[in-house]
Design a protein around this ligand. Structure first.
Ligand SMILES: Nc1ncnc2c1ncn2[C@@H]1O[C@H](COP(=O)(O)OP(=O)(O)OP(=O)(O)O)[C@@H](O)[C@H]1O
Ligand SMILES: [Mg+2]
Ligand SMILES: [Zn+2]
Length: 308
């Protein structure tokens, strides 16, 4: 795991390491693979609920939704972890107001997550980078390995919820995460209200359906702008796309979040509206999204108990 930092220094170094890394993977004996899988299973068995946040397009607000979900559930007294699985563009630590720092190691190569506000435990590639500007230039297998280590070599402990923030689309990271966490409770799909986005969000729904992960629901972010002067809502990108898609594809609709310049400023300063401004109308709407997610998990548990 400590090698991760070295691998970010240059593309050449990254390629060399990636080759040596994949050959290490190949050299792994079946026994080692088995042990690794057992370790992963054990870690996952101590996490009650796992929820991934996905989208078809970039920049629609996945990380904002992840950060606010984490705070909302932690505020209700749950033990929460966030896995920032955006290897190339990790931003969860910044959004949660956690300064860059190295994760501490323990016996047997175990790593300890960084704990932020309300005890939320965070693991991110950001903690392995030497600076804000350092890029991660990795191919798929190396990313998969890093994500596996983020799950199996980290002392997550007992968690009520693990939220996983993913990069956009259906590439290496989402696929790896779904493969590594076979008992994922479901995915929350974030979209914005425009036709183009409708087409891409359908891809996310199809992705989830094809890999057999339940869709908890769709959140429509950047849904209208509330004028700070007169309070009138202006639909800059149109609105209602999320609701329409949910109807078309028979997946639940969780709610919408308007464009609020304050959200942008606050997230740059490590503040989430759920924790810092619970009285804002946006926070109240978001609380309804949280309730629907809880309801989904309760129904799932009840259905599971009945089936037993
Ligand atoms: N409702 C909103 N109102 C105003 N700004 C917002 C809102 N939602 C998100 N933002 C801002 O938009 C930017 C992109 O949001 P965010 O990083 O959450 O998107 P993302 O989907 O995670 O992006 P990426 O695909 O790059 O991971 C951020 O600066 C964030 O603060
Ligand atoms: Mg993001
Ligand atoms: Zn106005």
């Amino acid at each position: 795991m400590t090698k991760i930092t070295e691998q970010t220094s240059s593309p050449e170094a990254s390629d060399r390491k990636s080759e040596s890394c994949s050959s290490t993977v190949e050299n792994n004996t079946e026994k080692q693979q088995f042990e690794q899988n057992q370790k992963l299973k054990l870690k996952l068995s101590r996490i009650k609920h796992k929820i991934a946040i996905i989208s078809g397009k970039g920049g629609v607000g996945k990380s904002t939704v992840t950060a606010n979900l984490a705070m909302a559930f932690a505020m209700n007294g749950s033990v929460v972890g966030v896995l920032d699985a955006d290897i190339h563009g990790p931003c969860i630590p910044k959004m949660l107001g956690i300064k860059r720092q190295a994760m501490m190691g323990g016996p047997g190569g175990m790593l300890f997550p960084i704990t932020g506000k309300l005890g939320v435990k965070v693991v991110s590639m950001d903690f392995f980078l030497p600076s804000d500007e350092a890029p991660v230039i990795w191919r798929g297998p190396l990313k998969m390995r890093a994500l596996q280590q983020f799950l199996s070599d980290v002392a997550w402990g007992d968690l009520d919820y693990l939220f996983i923030d993913l990069p956009p689309g259906t590439g290496d990271e989402p696929l790896s995460i779904m493969h590594l966490i076979p008992d994922m409770d479901g995915v929350v799909i974030v979209t914005m209200p425009s036709e183009v986005s409708e087409a891409v969000v359908k891809k996310s729904v199809t992705f989830a359906k094809q890999i057999g992960v339940p869709v908890i629901g769709i959140v429509e972010n950047l849904s209208g702008y509330v004028c700070p002067d007169c309070g009138k809502k202006i639909d800059i990108f149109k609105s209602g796309g999320g609701k329409r898609i949910s109807r078309d594809l028979s997946v639940p609709y969780l709610g919408d979040i308007p464009i609020d310049p304050q959200i942008c400023d606050d997230s740059d300063n490590g503040l989430t509206f759920m924790a810092e401004k619970p009285d804002l109308p946006t926070a109240k709407t978001f609380a309804e999204i949280v309730t629907k997610i809880k309801q989904f998990l309760e129904n799932k548990t009840t259905a599971g108990e009945k089936a037993q």
